[in-house]
Design a protein. Structure first.
Length: 305
């Protein structure tokens, strides 16, 4: 009885040792070197953020003189940013345009990807290759053609596109939709066809399968495509600075205005610019923490073939 009782204990004490040994064998570098590299990478990311935060609590003169640690802490910059360049309205415009781009591109991408993955038709591979090829075209090359197209629409159709939020939304949707569709194509390829076949046996239509099976199982991919589309509109400066006017400026353009604004005719508003940068980063950070689990699942699922 003593031997039998000891065997499970021996197995329990030896199992962690074997796991640690396996980890040591598969470790790419020694523990001290791994710790040093981890600390350096964290410092590389966190030190600039810490500097921005401290600069937002400093004065413009202190930031201009190169102070890392403020001589006096103040929240005046966070109070002034709302009146300097209309940051609140700019953030609202960004939320409207980027949110609409994210939702519409995700909804259109799931339907388009379902057709491309589950149905065979002439030109299917051409469309898939075209979606992949569109990702390699820089946005700067498309700025002038899109601007001319929107201006022509205003001239010949009598519809004002330049300077409106919905015109900027169409421009963002043009670039977000190919990427969102490709993300959903790779995700849907990883879903088993047996579920759809069982639904067809029960009499479900294609739309029924899409809404009752595909979409509920594809939330990680949908969230990934929507967030990337949101970031495309939120971080863009080039198209927003050309296609908007002062009352339709986005948050990225407002930050650009902060960079050229001066207070008292001498020193740029460095402290306000740092405070505005942190405020504009809050929606993206909140969005990431809300959908973190979906992002991991959506980016690692699916296959390309």
């Amino acid at each position: 009885m003593t031997i039998d009782a000891a065997n499970p204990i021996e197995r329990q004490t030896k199992q962690p040792i074997r796991r640690d040994a396996a980890l040591e064998v598969t470790r790419l570098m020694p523990r001290p070197l791994l710790a040093v590299i981890t600390i350096l990478l964290c410092a590389l990311v966190l030190i600039p953020i810490l500097y921005i935060f401290l600069a937002s609590l400093n004065t413009d003169v202190g930031v201009a003189s190169g102070e890392f640690w403020p001589s006096s802490f103040s929240l005046d910059s966070y109070n002034k940013i709302w009146d300097s360049v209309g940051l609140a309205k700019a953030i609202g415009n960004s939320l409207i345009v980027s949110g609409a781009t994210a939702v519409v591109s995700a909804l259109m991408a799931i339907g388009t990807a379902y057709v491309l993955v589950r149905f065979e038709f002439r030109g299917r591979l051409t469309v898939l290759r075209g979606l992949l090829g569109l990702q390699s075209i820089p946005g700067t090359l498309m700025l002038l053609p899109v601007f001319v197209l929107f201006s022509s629409a205003g001239t010949y159709l009598g519809v004002t596109v330049i300077g409106t939020l919905w015109g900027l939304f169409i421009a963002y949707l043009t670039f977000a939709l190919p990427f969102s569709t490709w993300v959903m194509v790779t995700y849907l390829r990883g879903l088993p066809r047996e579920l759809e076949e069982a639904a067809r046996i029960d009499g479900a239509s294609n739309l029924g399968i899409l809404f009752r099976i595909i979409i509920p199982l594809s939330w990680p991919g949908i969230i990934v495509s929507a967030i990337f589309a949101f970031l495309l509109g939120w971080n863009d400066v080039l198209f927003a600075s050309v296609f908007t006017r002062p009352d339709t400026h986005t948050a990225a353009v407002a930050l650009q205005v902060f960079a050229s604004a001066v207070e008292g005719g001498a020193i740029p508003v460095y402290s306000q610019m740092m405070a505005a940068s942190l405020v504009c980063a809050v929606p993206v950070v909140v969005l990431y923490f809300m959908f973190q689990k979906y992002l991991v699942g959506g980016l690692t699922a699916g296959s390309v073939k």
